[in-house]
Design a protein around this ligand. Sequence first.
Ligand code: OFO
Length: 176
Amino acid sequence: MFSDKLEKSLNQQVKLESAASALYLSMASWCEKKKLNGAASFYYAQSEEERQHMLKVFKYINEMGGHAKVASVDQVDLDFENIRQVVQRSLESEKMVTASVHQLCEVAREEKDYGTLNFLQFYVDEQREEEVLFGNILDRIELIGLEGQGLYYIDKELEALAKQKIKTEGISTGGK
Ligand code: OFO
């Protein structure tokens, strides 16, 4: 059993992971409407992955004798200027989640809850990977550009990333 403070912080993480899942779902929809089917597929997979992250914390809270609470999510962005802005916004969101995970680790450490600290290591690693991933996509966008066939190639790159993610992480998605 953990403290009220840790339980509250873990429930806050449930909310953030739900919000990330909703944001990526919104991005998938925006991409699909723009006929960026590779990008849509990538964001559907991202959304599903964040839902899995949410469920993992959710179940952990109950397993440890706490009460996992379904969180309502604030309205997410629905519209974007272009795919660059979508990816930039994704990176910002990941950075915010990373800060929250680190804060959670601090609370677990203060309370000498080494089991939870160990549980959180998955999220520390995951966040590092996701920040690198979105940073790399932004670099590709800068390199290739969005003009001419640039957008087509970026969409293809995102499609390849989606396939890789679906295969390696066993994510099922409604995306194309
Ligand atoms: Fe990338 O948000 Fe989950 O952990």
